[in-house]
Design a protein around this ligand. Structure first.
Ligand code: FMN
Length: 171
């Protein structure tokens, strides 16, 4: 199964977690694209990206959690790449049967992402628009892997342990 990780971080230079994940994916020879590096002016080449996806069975979107969602370039990517008669519609079967997953880094701690916690919603619920999108295009949803607590006191040991689990999730 061929895997692509689409990384979407607007400030990779100052990233701790997504940068480590990206470096580890490259060391493991897993195909990646860094969407903000590829399109610094946010002008996505739609034909190139549609063609690219055809080569993969498994696609992971990796991003930092920003305002309970993804950074904006991923929303733009979905709007512009997952088009009628490509991803949906009578001829839109190109992504059908592929598997999609999410790798997300989250500032708050896991306990904050529960109905009783400070954010009032689980991460599963907050990520459900992605799940609905994959469902709509006839793809399989692999779920998500989250590294919580990145804005608090995440230790290097926890980070390295989480990185290992993430690589296994991607593979
Ligand atoms: C604009 C912005 C919005 C953010 N929104 C959230 C949020 O809604 N929930 C949360 O837990 N963390 C939030 N954070 C924290 C990021 O998720 C955190 O900085 C990121 O996961 C760290 O990953 P990195 O080391 O790869 O940059 C936000 C950070 C920024 C800059």
């Amino acid at each position: 199964m061929k895997t692509l990780v689409i990384i979407v971080h607007p400030d990779m230079q100052h990233s701790r977690v997504n940068r480590l994940w990206m470096d580890s994916l490259m060391k493991e020879d897993i195909d990646i694209i860094d969407l903000y590096a590829l399109y610094p002016e946010s002008k996505i080449n739609v034909a190139t990206e549609q063609e690219r996806l055809l080569n993969y069975d498994k696609i992971i979107f990796q991003f930092p959690f920003y305002w309970y969602s993804s950074p904006p370039l991923l929303k733009q990517y979905l709007d512009e790449v997952f088009l009628y008669n490509y991803a949906y519609g009578p001829e839109g079967t190109k992504l059908k049967g592929k598997s999609f997953g999410i790798g997300v880094t989250v500032g708050s701690n896991e306990a904050d992402y529960s109905e009783e916690g400070s954010n009032h919603f689980t991460l599963e619920t907050l990520l459900s628009p992605f799940e609905a999108t994959f469902n709509y295009i006839g793809a399989n949803y692999l779920g998500y892997y989250a590294q919580y607590g990145t804005a608090y006191n995440l230790t290097d040991e926890e980070l390295i342990e989480g990185n290992k689990v993430y690589i296994t999730f991607v593979k």
